[in-house]
Design a protein around this ligand. Structure first.
Ligand SMILES: [Zn+2]
Length: 226
């Protein structure tokens, strides 16, 4: 999957089905979080017609069916109405700071493998485009009010695939963490041997990393990571 100009495409260049919902706000303030939901509906038609009806006043940027079929309902830069009253790390009202994905599930079903495969591909493509801070469930940002995507959703699997959290340590000392992927970029800080880092992405011999202790983000040459 590829994200181009805030729309989703398959690798062969075909655009994912786009049906614009009337239920939206203005431009987002930021795209910091990916938020996962279940739609709670009994079938695909009712879920989609609900989000496309102005009466519901609800929407998400993307819906993924149990067969892996997808519908994009808004460009990723426009605010959808999926989170409702919500907060996370000091942000109130996550709609303007996130992208919401609805998974077809009546609330009691297992997620299908096809659905999870597609969700992973989409999440990786979105993360590549927008470099999220994290992926969260609706239940995380609306505690006590919402229960989706629920215990049957493999959140730690998705988070690990998206962010490779807690996976690598520096093998040598005094390595520069830099602002970009190259020695021409300014050094932010010097990292010591054994420092734990989360690899966010890899490109051309460099990794974008998150330093667990200092919460600093930057770039390190791959060969210094185990
Ligand atoms: Zn939800």
């Amino acid at each position: 999957m590829i994200v181009k100009d805030d729309y989703l495409y398959f690798d062969n260049g075909t655009q994912v089905t786009f049906k614009k919902t009337p239920n939206h706000g203005g431009l987002k303030k930021a795209k910091k979080y990916l938020i996962i939901h279940f739609d709670g509906a009994n079938n695909a038609t009712s879920a989609l017609s609900w989000m496309l009806s102005p009466k519901s006043e609800v929407s998400a940027e993307l819906w993924i069916g149990r067969d892996g079929g997808m519908v994009q309902l808004l460009d990723f830069n426009t605010t959808a109405y999926h989170a409702g009253k919500s907060q996370w790390k000091g942000i109130i009202g996550l709609n303007s700071y996130s992208i919401g994905i609805e998974l077809q599930n009546n609330g009691t079903q297992e997620y299908t493998q096809k659905q999870l495969d597609v969700l992973l591909e989409v999440s990786l493509a979105l993360n590549k485009a927008y470099n999220f801070d994290d992926v969260l469930g609706h239940e995380d940002i609306a505690k006590g009010r919402k229960v989706d995507p629920g215990k049957l959703f493999p959140m730690s699997w998705l988070r690990e695939k998206m962010f490779n959290r807690g996976s690598s340590r520096l093998t040598t000392s005094d390595v520069n963490l830099r602002k970009g992927a190259g020695t021409n970029f300014e050094a932010i800080e010097v990292i010591k041997k054994g420092t734990e880092v989360n690899i966010l992405s890899e490109d051309n011999g460099w990794s974008e990393v998150f330093i667990c202790d200092t919460k600093q983000k930057g770039f390190i040459i791959n060969k210094y990571l185990n």
